[in-house]
Design a binder for this molecule. Structure first.
Ligand SMILES: Cc1ncc(COP(=O)(O)O)c(C=O)c1O
Length: 435
């Protein structure tokens, strides 16, 4: 094929040296591959690091090449784009980022987006038609719930949910009820759920989906893996088809960018790529470059934050002013959540719920007396953040739903960073004295 392309004057994408994925029989780890995978310095003047490609468009070598590229990007010819065309479709920095994102879950492909929400919106717009039913786990990140219920609801889309942690029988029941309502086009999960930290049994969801639908009409299973991914949970290996990321959190990891990602097999991502090409939800080259830098330290940062969280939670659970700590490291042995955790997760993460004895007054006193931890929403950054969901992120959620989800006035959400663990314990100890 290469000769044919040369003869027709339509060269393939500029040849790139293949990045190593193994040394002999020894496969390389994702943390090693983050230093260079998907980038060939020879294509960029020998630059060790990828330059930031600030361009809105790419020059074709000749008209036939331009035609071929467009045939690939529009789906007229299978195989996808053979070269870069226009920065709303893709660019070198985003392509390298996508290659590296897919490494963590051993996936075939990945797509980068301008935010976690634009990734989710592009996924939903691709798979869901007016009149369809979405089956989802509950709760979901508040904006995702709004997008499904209120925005897609305007186009006649409905939804049915099961609680995170639901058993196979419960999931079967919800899928059967959804099928009775209309075409089920997507199963959307979030695990652990924000803000309850409840885990979803992805294996049970896959088994329920496969039992309920014939092979040619199975709705894809997408899962928001923002809280534990890509280090501590790899849901594609547990039966999900598409992993969803707010890269703003752990992947970006420095609270200085907003981006999103989808990871999975090409056959699930190709239609989403076409939608992204049309609506322009790709991330910009500068953000992609920052994410490449962030991914080099992802394993270091997440491991350190995870170790810190274990130490801080151990201190907090024994404190007399603390009612309980909702941390995945403290799941009750033998419980359903502990069983899911053992099958799906390799670490407890660094984002957890702290329930203080008392109510809003105590939660606010704690937050107002922190020295190192910052009073801010979001998570997964190098610095420790703390906030009060009932009064902040979940303020608009109706009271009954808040109660059902355990979003009480005495709840403080904490995302632990990479500071010194003893300094963090001292900070929390000091703030608790003021409660
Ligand atoms: C679990 C989860 N999913 C998705 C999002 C949305 O991501 P973004 O803010 O990057 O759009 C968030 C943001 O907090 C989140 O916590």
């Amino acid at each position: 094929m290469e000769n044919e392309a040369e003869m027709s004057g339509a060269p393939h994408k500029r040849p790139m040296k293949k990045s190593p994925t193994a040394i002999g029989n020894h496969p390389l780890s994702p943390e090693t591959m983050m230093m260079g995978f998907g980038f060939d310095p020879a294509l960029s003047e020998g630059s060790l690091k990828p330059p930031i490609f600030l361009t809105s468009t790419f020059v074709f070598e000749n008209a036939a090449a331009g035609k071929r590229f467009f045939e690939g990007v529009t789906g007229k010819r299978p195989g996808g784009a053979e070269g870069l065309i226009y920065s709303r479709f893709n660019g070198p920095n985003q392509e390298i980022l996508e290659d590296r994102l897919s490494v963590w879950e051993g996936a075939e492909d990945a797509l980068a987006f301008s935010s976690g929400m634009s990734a989710i919106a592009t996924l939903l717009l691709t798979y869901v038609q007016p009149g369809d039913v979405i089956v989802h786990s509950g709760p979901l990140y508040a904006a995702t719930e709004t997008l499904i219920a209120k925005i897609l609801g305007r186009f006649g889309v409905t939804w049915l949910d099961f609680p995170a942690g639901a058993t196979r029988e419960e999931i079967d029941g919800v899928i059967a009820a959804a099928k009775a309502k209309g075409r089920v086009s997507l199963i959307y999960l979030e695990s652990p759920a924000n803000p309850t930290n409840a885990l979803v049994d992805v294996e049970a969801v896959q088994a329920a989906r496969d039992a309920a639908f014939g092979a040619d009409q199975r709705p894809p299973i997408a899962i928001d893996n923002t809280f534990l991914g890509p280090l501590w949970a790899k849901p594609l290996a547990s039966g999900a088809d598409i992993s969803v990321y707010s890269l703003t959190k752990y992947a970006g990891g420095h609270s200085d960018l907003v981006a999103g990602g989808l990871v999975g097999a090409k056959r699930f991502l190709d239609p989403i790529r076409m939608m992204r090409n049309t609506i322009g939800t790709i991330c910009d080259p500068n953000t992609a470059w920052m994410l490449l830098r962030s991914l080099e330290t992802l394993e270091l940062r997440m491991s350190r934050a995870g170790d810190n969280a274990a130490k801080v939670c151990e201190f907090l659970r024994n404190h007399p002013k603390v009612e309980s700590v909702g941390y995945l490291g403290f799941l009750e042995e033998g419980s359903r959540q502990a069983d899911i955790y053992k099958r799906h997760c390799t670490g407890a993460g660094s984002t957890f719920s702290l329930y203080l004895k008392g109510g809003e007054k105590e939660a606010f006193a704690f937050l107002d007396n922190l020295t190192i931890a910052h009073l801010a929403v979001s998570l997964g950054g190098t610095e420790t953040l703390a906030s009060a969901p009932a009064a902040m992120t979940h303020l608009s959620v109706p009271d009954e739903r808040k109660q059902a989800l355990g979003i009480t006035d005495n709840l403080v959400r904490i995302s632990i960073g990479v500071e010194n663990a003893d300094d963090l314990v001292a900070d929390f100890d000091h703030a608790l004295q003021a409660v």
